[in-house]
Design a protein around this ligand. Structure first.
Ligand code: AMP
Length: 629
């Protein structure tokens, strides 16, 4: 089977064809969208120059919704319809939600996922998240001036299938093509370029508004593996606010507060907490609806003291995650800080003391996940700059190929290709009038089909009869982000098509992948010789078929002696093919003998071919005037 051309849909993009892809950090408190511009990752701002989009949606009586800052402004005045921290409800039932009774929402315990009754009707967390995502998508399209190819959306490493699926559903609802869901710690590590750092163990400490996550990652050969995750899904910056709120209550000896006053004071507590990250002290001033006046001053030292137990909880979770990963403090090569709440100096100090190292914290901890996701999105969209290293994240462990004539493997997606990816290659028919093509999908590094793993077979039927080599059959391999391979074959002139879906990694353990790779290295030279021999055999079969076909139609162009001579050469090739299968002989010698016989036949038919050409030209010109020609 002659190899005609190789194309890589969506893989090779010229510089002017930069494909717009973004990274989205869909956070509990805030969400962000980032992209790569002129090779530099940056977070995109809204028209007022603000980068963080509060993950808040407020539903209005007219059925509309406010999203982000506008919604956040009504958190205290309209708490029932203002959904904050919706990420906590994604893919969760009512019973899974911690302290649901303390939240201001009118929950509806729907099967599968909890819903919230609002003035605009019952809303699911997927719908609410979709509104946040759609806002970010709009922001990206407005600032980049084009449609998005897709987005990488980050999720906590511990998110289960239901939570991931809910996130994907939300993206789909927002009209976003998800290039991949990426775990937040991996995104942060990528933002710090740790995928290019020395191989080893890294810890990612992520203290956000509502959650604390610790992830222990292992980097080897550019691939991050999550060794363990831990944390507390009900511990975050909000708890520091709450602790401070309680402290203010105690200090100001306040009477039990109304829902409204509680919300007002919580906002004040949060502002004070944030100020204490850069100030030694701050004063909380508030006039409550009850008429009470609050004025309390707190020092950074006192704040650290009253929240020490919360920081301590995070340390306990780190110890547990390290035990689970079977690593000790000495094994950890670096620590990355993520999440707005890691700005609190006493948190940084505690982490630094625990790991005996200064954590990576120079990238804004609110943006680091989005920036890492943008780097990944850019890569998945095919915007790899010339000379960039491959970022080996989710990759195909073994090459995916197709069986060609002679039992040979033509690799279509090479091993270590980042997924999702798609490649196509054109093939043609081997015989005159061939109407079907057998597609055999194989996996492995070896040259012969018999040494690779067979994944699937299907047939493309209904190819219109044509001369050998005239059909154009485009075979496309597509691996999606989940490692699912879809193979399709299409004859481009007639449009007939057939396809199949396979899960290539199914049933392949790491050991088996390693063994298959090892085999390919140790057999490389023998395989190459075998491949060359098989190719020669295919060429020999092809020339025999072509000669026979020419003799069938034009034998009258040769006299008897010439026909005898040609017959001898044909027998010579047949014998050589036969001998080429004799494994007692060395493969190189068999190939040389076969090559000589094929060359002799090719030379012996040159004159015959020229006469056939003359004949067909004469036929084409017969009866035509010079002018017509
Ligand atoms: P995230 O979920 O990562 O967006 O983090 C939001 C949390 O970070 C909230 O609890 C914020 O109050 C907190 N945060 C933001 N800025 C600061 C700061 N300067 N100091 C302390 N906490 C902060």
């Amino acid at each position: 089977m002659a190899l005609l051309q190789i194309a890589e849909p969506g893989m090779s993009t010229a510089p002017h064809q930069h494909r717009l892809a973004v990274g989205i950090d869909l956070g509990t408190t805030n969400s962000l969208v980032a992209t790569i511009r002129s090779g530099i990752p940056e977070v995109l701002s809204d028209e007022d120059g603000r980068q963080l989009l509060p993950s808040v949606v407020r539903y209005l009586a007219n059925g509309n919704a406010n999203i982000g800052h506008k919604a956040q402004a009504h958190q205290t005045t309209d708490p029932k319809n203002t959904i904050v921290s919706v990420k906590r409800f994604m893919g969760r039932g009512l019973k899974d939600i911690a302290h649901a009774e303390n939240l201001p929402y009118d929950f509806v315990d729907a099967p599968g996922m909890v819903q919230i009754n609002t003035v605009a009707g019952v809303k699911s967390p997927v719908e609410t998240s979709a509104q946040i995502l759609a806002t970010l998508r709009q922001r990206a399209e407005d600032s980049l001036g084009d449609d998005l190819v897709g987005a990488v959306i980050t999720v906590p490493a511990y998110f289960d299938d239901a939570q991931r699926q809910a996130t994907k559903d939300a993206a789909q609802l927002a009209g976003i093509n998800v290039l991949r869901l990426l775990s937040e710690p991996t995104a942060a590590a990528i933002a710090y370029g740790l995928d290019h750092a020395k191989e080893g163990v890294y810890a990612v400490y992520d203290l956000g508004g509502g959650t604390f996550d610790i992830s222990i990652l292992k980097l080897s050969k550019g691939v991050f593996e999550v060794l363990s995750t831990g944390g507390d899904s009900a511990l975050g910056g909000d708890d520091f606010d709450h602790r401070l709120f309680c402290w203010i209550n105690e200090q100001a000896r306040l009477a039990p507060l109304s829902e409204h006053d509680t919300a007002t004071l919580m906002v004040k507590a949060r502002q004070a907490k944030e100020l204490l990250s850069t100030n030694d002290e701050t004063t909380i001033d508030a006039i409550l609806k009850s008429g009470e006046i609050v004025q309390v001053t707190i020092t950074a030292h006192t704040f650290a003291e009253i929240t020490r137990h919360l920081v301590g909880k995070t340390m306990n979770a780190i110890r547990k995650a390290m035990r689970d990963a079977d690593v000790s403090v000495e094994d950890v090569d670096g620590v990355v800080m993520v999440g707005g709440a890691t700005r609190m100096p006493h948190v940084r100090r505690a982490v630094s003391e625990f790991f005996h190292t200064i954590p990576h914290a120079n990238i804004d901890p609110d943006k680091v996940v989005a920036l890492g996701a943008a780097i990944q999105a850019n890569l998945l969209a095919g915007n790899r700059a010339e000379g960039d290293d491959w970022l080996l994240l989710d990759v195909t462990p073994l090459s995916l190929g197709i069986e060609t004539m002679g039992g040979l493997v033509e690799k279509i997606i090479p091993r270590n290709s980042t997924i999702p990816c798609a490649r196509a290659q054109e093939f043609t028919t081997f015989k005159d009038g061939q109407t079907a093509l057998a597609v055999h999908v194989v996996q492995g590094e070896r040259e012969l089909v018999s040494d690779c793993r067979s994944l699937a077979r299907f047939e493309l039927r209904g190819i219109p009869p044509m001369a050998a080599g005239a059909a154009r059959i485009r075979v496309t391999y597509q691996v999606d982000a989940d490692g699912l391979l879809a193979v399709s074959a299409r004859e481009t002139r007639s449009g007939v098509e057939a396809s199949i879906t396979v899960k290539p990694s199914y049933g392949l353990g790491d050991d088996e992948v390693a063994r298959m790779l090892q085999d390919s290295y140790s057999s490389a030279q023998g395989d190459m010789q075998m491949r060359a021999l098989r190719e020669e055999q295919v060429e020999a079969e092809r020339i025999l078929l072509a000669t026979q076909s020419a003799l069938d139609t034009d034998a009258d162009l040769l006299d008897d002696a010439e026909q005898d001579a040609l017959a001898k050469l044909v027998i010579g090739v047949r014998d050589a093919i036969h001998r080429s299968n004799d494994t007692s002989l060395e493969a190189g010698a068999r190939q040389d003998a076969l090559h000589a016989a094929v060359q002799a036949l090719a030379k012996g038919t040159e004159d015959f071919a020229a006469r056939r050409m003359d004949k067909s030209v004469r036929k084409a010109l017969a009866g035509k005037s010079l002018d017509e020609i």
